[in-house]
Design a protein around this ligand. Structure first.
Ligand code: ADP
Length: 168
């Protein structure tokens, strides 16, 4: 399995799975979540609402992942995951690692070959980018790949790209 880094916008990636750094409500937010719903169109939100009405009445807990259509995105599916909010009082690294691991598990269930990740929790949720990059790369490296051949980290700015490049 290859790990690639690109600086850019995850909504423009031609991949099987785009991972969304969602919030537990699954009903939309800012950052990468806002961009995915804007570019992907209403079909994604419609499936998120369906999930809230069926399997996930209380929303998606941090560290878990669930798939929907990718709507109008040039991707096969969106896998929504929820990263932890960064805390200085409590070590939530295991939850962040779980978000990557569970996203990959769902991607494998879908038979995905290519998976694009943003830097989960490194935006509004406040995770320091160097540590976010360490956890992301360690967790993805440890993944026992079946269908997945490429994991692409799509970093939105130079600082995030540099942090990942330093760890790769
Ligand atoms: P979280 O709430 O998990 O912190 P955010 O969406 O606020 O999620 O931020 C996660 C990361 O995604 C940040 O590094 C942010 O810069 C980045 N990001 C925001 N928009 C995009 C985009 N369109 N493509 C890729 N990454 C993005």
């Amino acid at each position: 399995m290859d790990i690639r880094l690109v600086q850019g916008d995850i909504t423009e990636q031609h991949v099987d799975v785009v991972v969304n750094a969602a919030n537990s409500s699954l009903l939309g937010g800012g950052g990468v979540d806002g961009a995915i719903h804007r570019r992907g169109g209403p079909a994604i939100l419609a499936q998120c609402r369906e999930l809230r009405g069926s399997r996930l009445p209380d929303g998606l807990p941090a560290g878990q992942a669930v798939a929907t259509t990718a709507g109008d995105l040039p991707a096969g599916w969106v896998v929504h995951t929820v990263g932890p909010v960064h805390s200085t009082r409590e070590d939530r690294s295991a939850v962040l690692a779980s978000a990557y691991r569970e996203s990959l598990r769902v991607a494998e269930e879908l038979g995905a070959t290519t998976v694009a990740f943003p830097a989960v929790s490194a935006g509004v949720y406040g995770w320091p980018i160097d540590d976010a990059a360490r956890i992301a790369l360690e967790t993805v490296r440890a993944h026992d790949a079946h269908s997945v051949q490429e994991v692409r980290f799509v970093l939105f700015n130079q600082a995030a790209y540099d942090a990942f490049a330093a760890r790769l």
